[in-house]
Design a protein around this ligand. Structure first.
Ligand code: F6P
Length: 254
């Protein structure tokens, strides 16, 4: 019955949280590799967490990807989200416009009746361009807003999948392979030990900017992401991991 399956997931949540050293794991049933509605359920669970943990006027930095797009899709107004500002965590990462963090920020704001700010920077910056861009007053201001975020909500991808999706150049692909990159989050690539092996050259939130003060929610599911989620959590366990049964079982079986 319902009670039994609920307590079954609860047990899985506790085991997963212990295995990954996260404060809390929330598991929705199913495997999002197989059914897209599972991603929406993760989105729903994430929206609920955001409503519980945010307060009016807070700033929340959001990443891109299809999982975050599902979070945006499930967003709705709430008294705790009044005047909350949604900002993209990092600038251009080579994603299609529908799943860029700018798009996700504005959709979330629209659905939550909150506010948003956009970060307009091209993908694949040279060091020179990046350094002059961050001095532009508009960008500088936005970067300081991003650093004031109370909450960061982001996805995790498999390194190879993400590198291919971004049409990463052959040279970088080779180096990711040599360094055995397993996971990607915020434009950073990690090996299985959770060490950073590559970083995309864009502006915005740097992993070093994350302190214990920010509340970090990771949303990632599907059995195919088991290694990636495990690798990323070795780098920095999140406050809340929202995932699905498919990923949770596969992680515990690793
Ligand atoms: O490119 C943005 C991003 O958030 C990556 O950091 C992450 O690896 C990926 O999207 C996750 O995408 P998806 O939710 O589609 O698997």
């Amino acid at each position: 019955g319902v009670m039994k399956s609920v307590s079954g997931l609860q047990d899985l949540e506790e085991r997963l949280a212990r295995a990954l050293h996260v404060n809390q794991a929330i598991i929705v049933s199913g495997n999002s590799d197989r059914y897209s509605w599972v991603k929406k359920e993760m989105g729903r669970a994430c929206v609920q967490q955001m409503k519980e943990k945010l307060a009016p006027k807070d700033i929340v930095a959001v990443a891109g990807g299809t999982t975050l797009a599902a979070v945006a899709e499930m967003m709705s107004p709430d008294s705790n989200l009044e005047e909350v500002s949604f900002v993209p965590a990092r600038g251009g990462l080579g994603e299609k416009v529908e799943i860029q963090s700018n798009t996700i920020s504005s959709t979330m704001a629209q659905k939550a009746h909150g506010k948003y700010r956009l970060l307009h920077v091209p993908d694949q910056l040279s060091d020179e361009t990046r350094e002059s861009l961050i001095l532009e007053p508009g960008i500088k201001e936005l970067l300081s807003i991003i650093r004031q975020a109370k909450m960061v909500v982001h996805g995790v991808g498999e390194a190879e999948t993400m590198a291919a999706r971004r049409k990463t150049k052959a040279e970088t692909l080779g180096s990711l392979k040599d360094k055995e990159a397993a996971a990607e989050a915020f434009g950073y690539y990690f090996d299985r030990a959770g060490q950073i092996v590559h970083k995309e050259n864009t502006v915005g939130l740097q992993l070093d900017d994350l302190t214990n003060e920010q509340f970090v929610i990771t949303v990632a599911g599907g059995a195919s992401k088991a290694e990636a989620i495990t690798a990323y959590m070795k780098h920095r366990p999140s406050d809340v991991l929202i995932t699905d049964e498919g990923a949770a079982q596969a992680i515990l079986d690793l």
